[in-house]
Design a binder for this molecule. Structure first.
Ligand code: SF4
Ligand SMILES: [Zn+2]
Ligand SMILES: [Zn+2]
Length: 312
């Protein structure tokens, strides 16, 4: 198969746009899509701090490498990479190693936040205490809170997330299926600023997962291939499968889901639907839609289930 733009061999097909691209034109097309999203989601940004959530996987590695490509040469923009160590034995150490390798090669400041230190517990311990639960539910909530706090402490004006087109399409569908309008409105990329919350942006929104993977391989971006031991329990897996099947049958479904989401959010915000996080959590003081934020709710449940220390 030949490249749609030149006579070189194609390395990837893009059924959703009816194209085949060679390595050079593929890399250019990823970089152009990410540059456009970066400027659309973070308009006229020329001064300040950009934090990048870096897990050590391919998506956040590509997000950091491209954020560095666009902002790295500007003396008025500082980039800081933030990783969360949730406490998952046999998994996180490999991803953190890859994260360190990438930040060192780019010369980017790298901070690691530990759930054990900040929350007083780990995902491994909580999953033992709350047997039968899906660890991803509290892991995601705690990670979001730890990243927001770390980004705020770093003085960040925006927090870059490595969500790709597939991730976002799955999340839109999940929130629609659950009828969760508040979460639909709160999804990254953020359109409105809220006190205490660093706006999250998703510059890989236009790039499918397999293209992020190929880009990382072609650009030799270090990333870890390991899979979290709890990943098979995630409820997202069903939505991954459904979106994949829809995309196979009808190329362009993922982009259509994102466009639908954008239009819905614009309408909801105009109508005042989907209050963001108007309160402060009574336990931790973080922005929250309720009296107690979800991170603290999970902490309370885990503490209640934790075995009492033995009397000496
Ligand atoms: S798969 Fe689930 S438990 Fe594992 S890191 Fe991701 S969100 Fe956390
Ligand atoms: Zn080409
Ligand atoms: Zn709280």
């Amino acid at each position: 198969m030949r490249c749609s733009r030149c006579s070189a061999d194609a390395v990837i097909d893009q059924p959703y746009r009816g194209a085949h691209l060679c390595a050079m034109h593929f890399k250019e097309s990823v970089e152009e899509r990410v540059r456009r999203e970066m400027h659309r989601q973070l308009p006229r940004f020329g001064r300040g701090t950009v934090a990048v959530a870096l897990s050590g996987g391919k998506d956040s590695g590509v997000a950091l490498a491209l954020a560095h490509r666009y902002f790295g040469r500007r003396p008025t923009v500082r980039i800081v990479a933030l990783s969360v160590d949730e406490g998952i034995e046999g998994y996180r150490s490999g991803t953190l190693r890859a994260a360190r390798e990438l930040t060192e090669s780019l010369g980017v400041d790298h901070r690691v936040v530990s759930a054990r230190e900040e929350m007083g517990t780990t995902i491994d311990r909580t999953s033992e205490e709350l047997r039968g639960t899906v660890p991803c539910s509290y892991c995601g909530v705690w990670r979001r809170q730890l990243l927001n706090r770390a980004a705020r402490d770093a003085g960040a004006d925006a927090l870059v997330l490595g969500f790709n087109l597939d991730d976002l399409a799955q999340t839109v569908l999940m929130n629609l299926v659950h009828g969760d309008l508040d979460r639909l409105v709160r999804m990254a990329p953020h359109r409105v600023r809220q006190p205490g919350l660093v706006p999250r942006i998703a510059p890989l929104a236009g790039v499918p997962e397999r293209e992020v993977y190929l880009y990382a391989r072609l650009k030799k971006i270090p990333f870890d291939h390991g899979e979290c031991p709890y990943a098979s329990r995630a409820s997202r897996n069903l939505f991954r499968e459904v979106v994949w099947q829809l995309e196979e049958a009808q190329p362009g479904t993922r982009q259509a889901l994102l466009r639908t989401h954008e239009r819905l959010v614009a309408r909801f915000l105009a109508d005042g639907v989907g209050s963001l996080a108007p309160n402060r959590c009574r336990a931790c003081g973080e922005p929250s839609a309720n009296e107690l934020c979800r991170a603290c709710e999970y902490l309370e449940v885990a503490r209640a289930a934790s075995p009492a220390p033995e009397a000496s």
